[in-house]
Write a protein that binds this ligand. Structure first.
Ligand code: ANZ
Ligand code: ZN
Length: 850
């Protein structure tokens, strides 16, 4: 017999060809009776190709898919390409080529690399979002939402990145800068824009997070982004007029201290209520603000607060007194009602404003000096100093009571009575309740929740995206394109560069723009394209019907396969892609265009992903692997040298999948050697084969414990520990005098999700199976063999018991010593010093001599 050599190149090529010929990875979606849908965030096909960070992410998803298949599911693990968008377009501009010619070659390169890695994708079901066959349905999604009243056009202040030359979404603005251009301040521009009314679902998007099984950090990011505030809407009536000004407040208890109102400068009522003699001042102020906003962009809370008086006054519903109405730049038009009741005694921003414009300051809370913190005060320089002494505290309190300082902390309500009505003496929470009840009784307010979330602006003044399916008539009224006229094809355009004038490049395609309305009147097409995030907000639905020309997805397949069972991707998409996708799913449900969630616990909740896990990041030389850092590693050479299985397994071994780790290519060797030993164990093994029952007990225990552990670890996406367990098991099996066929089958099956090619080779050519290892079943364990035979061992330091260890009865001396020294109570005594000596009495005690 020729000497057995592990030749990954040969094995992997042969294996991939055999899978292809046998249709091993092909799936009949309609026939599945035990479906499991594993989804991986699909890639944007860059010109550089895949980097190992992408491979890391995909491998983790592929392991889930392969494992679930071995557990008896029919598994759907599709792949596609997210190839529209500014990313692709900017790159095309950089290399001076047209995106429509660049993308296909990038897709071809990605496909080659993904195939090379041996992922279980069904290549007959891929999608490319830039094809008319796909974006026809992206436009269809827009129309469904339009019909459901979830789409509108508005002129609002939006984020405009001068470098991108387009409007970008709130989610793309990071600290006032463009996510793609971290050195570029985002401008606020008033522009016409199409919006998706995601805020209509704000409450549901937030509440559903309570039961969705998603990574905690992803849910946290979404919760913060949606940002619910609980409070009240309070209505002030303009004095001598009928206009009502509703304000949103989280502190209705402070109503008696509301000494003026502030409206956002572009609030709808400003023109109506401004007195004629103050109009010029108001207009001048608004002009100044707009100019400054352009220049300084959105600097937020830090800037000095300014404002101007409108001349109007409004009635405080609690005190019945008239308070002046200002406009000011610290009130945002898009939040709450765009108007506030200012309580300078309790709100730090209002306090600064009141000081500047000499407005009355009334304290409504007597500070509880025992509970107050430094950040509860403003208008005082030396708060920390004052809080340090009793006299200082008394002084602080006096300042607050006199209106010389602002206080937002806990305490008892004061100065809050009018006529027979009083809430003095109440705590803040009780007072809130009382004020809300009072307002509701007068019909001048009610309890109210407000969200930070804004509607999603989807217009992009760019070329490389699906055209918005809208036609304007000669009066400028928008009309949706009828569904049977989809797709609205993206016209070929040689000069696709953004012009920076706020109009999309499509505006230059006059022949395309000029069209006819469904009723025969002349019309002009919308020239903005849709946000790239819309392409990816419904792709998981299209996967079930990739080649269906007549509908976006087959309802029967949707019912069978959705929601997605396991979705895996990067946490950087927590508030963009993942939030949008949830919204589109809810919107399509509302439109009656999608019906899924037939699996009991998801019924009617319109959530696309039951489980979501955010994978970790691959680090290289101390920083996140990314193109902008210039530290990306191409997988090709590693696969060439060591094979895909070694790279896959190394990536999963270098750290916890959900946390990520450091890519050091020298470490690949260790994994390669392990796979080599595995190979030899199947193809060049002198161990006699015996029935499993004849294996020594410890070997059998190890086998069954490992079967249990690897399954549990894979389900928890703890791949590095699963691999470690597999390595340990293999060592033990290899050094035993004999081995059983059952153990060899079990090892191949456990290895299969990680190193599918080698496992297939060992299964078929090593063990002589005629069918794929993926037709096999994950081995069952014998529970009786997995219960540990454990004992308790005392840990002493200098003869005094400090702790106890629970360890397997056979735990070796070295292990006991290691565990004892690692014990927190021992370390506390040693304080970093090395012990003089360690005495181990196996099965009884460890005595550390310090
Ligand atoms: C009176 C008051 C008294 C307030 C007090 C706070 C403290 P969050 O928690 O972020 O939701 N506000 C309301 N709408 C605003 C807008 N459009 N622009 C700027 N500020 C706005 O903040 C809610 C609080 O922020 C509201 O409660 C309101 O000020 C202000 F001692 O009302 B408060
Ligand atoms: Zn930008």
């Amino acid at each position: 017999m020729a000497e057995a050599i592990y030749d990954p190149k040969l094995i992997e090529a042969r294996c991939q060809q055999w899978w292809e010929e046998n249709g091993t990875n092909r799936i009949d979606l309609a026939a599945a009776d035990n479906p499991y849908y594993v989804l991986m965030m699909f890639p944007y096909p860059s010109a550089e190709g895949l980097h190992v960070g992408n491979v890391f992410a995909f491998t983790g998803a592929d392991i889930q898919a392969r494992y679930r298949r071995l557990k008896g599911h029919q598994v759907f693990e599709p792949i596609g390409f997210d190839a529209f968008g500014i990313h692709s377009e900017n790159f095309a501009m950089k290399v001076n080529r047209h995106p429509s010619e660049l993308i296909p070659s990038n897709v071809a390169n990605f496909t080659r690399q993904l195939k090379m890695m041996g992922f279980m994708f069904d290549w007959e079901r891929t999608i490319d979002t830039t094809t008319p066959e796909y974006y026809k349905w992206t436009q269809w999604v827009f129309l469904q939402l339009y019909k459901a009243g979830l789409v509108y056009r508005d002129i609002k202040e939006v984020n405009f990145c001068p470098k991108c030359g387009t409007v970008i979404s709130d989610e793309m603005v990071i600290d006032g800068k463009c996510e793609r251009h971290p050195d570029t301040e985002v401008e606020r521009r008033r522009m016409p824009c199409w919006f998706f009314a995601i805020t209509k679902f704000a409450g549901r998007l937030l509440d559903n997070l309570d039961w969705l099984d998603w990574s905690d950090r992803t849910k946290l990011a979404q919760r913060n982004w949606i940002g619910r505030s609980t409070g009240a809407e309070v209505v002030f009536t303009v004095q001598g007029r009928s206009q009502k000004i509703p304000v949103f407040t989280t502190r209705p208890d402070t109503l008696f201290g509301a000494t003026y109102l502030v409206l956002a400068p572009d609030h709808a009522l400003v023109d109506e209520i401004t007195l004629p003699q103050l109009r010029a001042a108001v207009d001048e102020y608004r002009g100044a603000i707009a100019a400054r906003a352009e220049a300084e962009a959105v600097k937020g809370a830090a800037q000095e607060k300014t404002g101007v008086f409108t001349g109007a006054t409004a009635i405080n519903p609690a005190t019945g007194q008239a308070v002046p109405v200002f406009i000011g730049d610290y009130v945002l038009s898009g939040y709450g009602t765009g108007a506030i009741m200012a309580v300078p005694g309790g709100d730090h921003r209002d306090f600064a404003f009141a000081k500047k414009y000499r407005l009355p300051i009334v304290a409504t809370v007597d500070p509880d000096m025992g509970a107050a913190a430094a950040e509860d005060f403003s208008g005082v320089d030396n708060v920390n100093e004052l809080l340090a002494t009793e006299e200082g505290k008394a002084r602080l309190r006096t300042m607050v009571l006199e209106g010389a300082a602002c206080y937002s902390g806990p305490g008892a309500v004061i100065n809050s009575s009018a006529g027979k009505l009083s809430i003095n003496g109440l705590g803040i929470e009780e007072a809130k309740e009382r004020v809300c009840a009072l307002l509701e009784g007068m019909d001048l307010g009610r309890r109210q929740e407000t969200y930070r979330l804004r509607d999603w602006g989807i217009s992009r003044q760019r070329y490389w995206g699906p055209p918005l399916p809208i036609i304007y008539d000669e009066e400028g009224n928008p009309h949706p394109v009828p569904e049977d006229q989809l797709p609205v094809l993206l016209p070929p355009l040689d000069d696709y560069r953004p012009k920076g004038d706020g109009r999309g490049p499509l505006a230059t395609a006059e022949d395309w723009v000029r069209t006819t309305l469904p009723d025969g009147r002349p019309g002009r097409r919308e020239t903005d394209v849709m946000d790239n995030f819309l392409d990816s907000a419904w792709y998981y639905l299209r996967y079930v019907s990739t080649s269906d020309p007549d509908r976006p997805y087959d309802p029967a397949l949707i019912e069978r396969w959705l929601p997605v069972d396991m979705y895996i991707g990067g946490n950087e998409h927590a508030v963009l892609h993942l939030l949008y996708t949830r919204f589109i799913c809810m919107g399509l449900h509302q439109a009656g265009a999608l019906r899924m969630g037939e699996r009991p616990e998801m019924r009617d909740l319109a959530e696309p992903f039951r489980h979501f896990r955010a994978h970790g990041l691959l680090i290289k030389e101390g920083s996140k692997m990314s193109k902008s850092k210039g530290n990306v590693v191409n997988p090709d050479e590693y696969v060439e040298d060591h094979g895909a299985d070694t790279l896959r397994m190394y990536l999963m071994f270098l750290g916890p999948y959900l946390q990520g780790g450091d890519f050091r290519d020298s470490d690949l060797q260790g994994v390669r050697r392990f796979l080599n030993r595995i190979f030899l164990w199947y193809f060049d093994n002198p161990q006699p084969e015996v029935p499993e029952a004849e294996l020594p007990k410890p070997v059998r225990v190890k086998l069954h414990q490992t079967i249990k552990k690897v399954a549990e670890d894979i389900e928890a996406l703890s791949y590095n520990t699963a691999i470690a367990a597999l390595m340990e098991l293999h060592n033990e099996l290899k050094s035993a005098e004999a081995c059983s066929r059952s153990a060899k089958e079990a090892v191949a099956l456990m290895l299969a999700p990680f190193a599918p090619h080698l496992a297939e080779e060992c299964w078929r050519n090593g063990l002589g199976h005629s069918t794929s290892v993926f037709e096999g079943r994950y081995p069952a364990f014998d529970p009786a063999l997995t219960v540990l035979d454990e004992i308790e061992v005392a840990v002493q330091v200098n003869g005094k018991i400090r702790s106890r260890l629970v360890v397997p009865r056979e735990a070796p001396k070295e292990e006991l010593e290691r565990l004892a020294l690692a014990d927190a109570s021992v370390q506390a005594v040693l304080k970093g010093a090395a012990p003089k000596r360690v005495v181990v009495v196996p099965g009884r005690l460890v005595n550390v001599i310090a």
